[in-house]
Design a protein around this ligand. Structure first.
Ligand code: HEM
Length: 271
């Protein structure tokens, strides 16, 4: 073999090896489910970030810095929204004045975790750490091919109706209600388009069912930062639709200040 040919083979082989190494080091491609002793919680997104190593894979002892780095690297959250969410998260650690939380702390019922989840059964019926296919099938049957403000709200209201009818202990705090609207606003914005508030249902199904980022389906980390203002603005749009539907069936019943509830963290039970 001539030296030039040999060298080009060697360079090509090295480049292939480097590309393979980069691919295996890319956290978007590196996925590993929880091992014995690891914990996961009721939030499909935080579970996903732990499965990719954007958050500690153990799901434990997550500090503000871990969360800020993880949410920035995974889904381009700015520092302000990470701090906003960290303050909520740390409130679920049963140890007062803690500086960290673990994903299973988030399951403490009616702190943040609420009934009428999109993919979990109510606290009376089972554990919020575990994905429930039946609950999720009901949710996604209302989404259509594109999840938007309208179809997202239809799914929320359907889950509320089912849970109220089947759970004798059904309850919802006003913070829980605001979270429900915020969760739908957030998943549409992060997996889809935060401006038009639309997302392909397939991306959402993939994440919820696999607790994995849907890169295989073409999803990419958002190119622009996601901020508290965007979250609250999109939550507000879901809220308008939600109140319109509620007020159509029980006039004057709802005119909540949902974004304010998230900012002030009210936990008064409303049901
Ligand atoms: C520190 C940050 C976060 C905290 C503390 C948090 C907390 C929670 C909690 C407690 C739940 C359970 C609610 C329930 O009872 O159903 C939940 C669910 C959810 N979270 Fe998160 N979350 C965080 C980040 C995110 C992010 C970044 C997203 C991105 C879109 C997200 C999207 C969702 C969705 C869609 C649900 C609804 C799951 C369901 O109803 O089945 N969360 N989250």
């Amino acid at each position: 073999m001539r030296i030039a040919t040999f060298l080009s083979f060697t360079v090509a082989a090295a480049a292939t090896q480097a590309a393979a190494k980069n691919a295996t080091q890319d956290p978007f491609e590196q996925w590993d489910g929880p091992k014995a002793g690891d914990v996961r919680g009721p939030c499909p997104f935080l579970n996903t970030f732990a499965n990719h190593g954007f958050l500690p894979r153990s799901g434990k002892y997550i500090t503000e810095k871990d969360l800020a780095n993880g949410l920035f690297n995974a889904v381009h959250f700015d520092a302000n929204i990470s701090q906003f969410l960290f303050d909520f998260a740390v409130s679920t650690n049963p140890q007062p004045n803690s500086t960290w939380f673990s994903l299973d702390h988030l399951s403490r019922h009616n702190v943040l975790e609420h009934d009428a989840s999109l993919s979990r059964v109510d606290a009376f019926l089972g554990h919020a750490d575990v994905f429930n296919q039946q609950a999720f099938d009901e949710t996604r049957s209302h989404w259509g091919d594109i999840v938007n403000v309208e179809s997202g709200t239809t799914a929320i209201l359907a889950r509320m109706k089912t849970c109220k009818a089947t759970d004798p202990n059904y309850s919802l705090s006003d913070l829980g209600e605001a979270f429900i609207l915020g969760e739908t606003a957030a998943f549409i914005s992060i997996l889809g388009d935060a401006k038009s508030i639309t997302v392909d249902k397939k991306l959402v199904e993939y994440l919820f069912q696999n607790e994995r980022l849907p890169t295989k389906l073409g999803w990419k980390r958002p190119g622009t930062p996601f901020t508290t203002d965007i979250l609250l603005e999109n939550l507000g749009k879901v809220q308008v639709e939600y109140e319109k539907r509620l007020n159509a069936t029980s006039p004057g019943k709802r005119s909540g200040e949902y974004a304010g509830r998230m900012i002030h963290g009210s936990t008064k039970l409303i049901y």
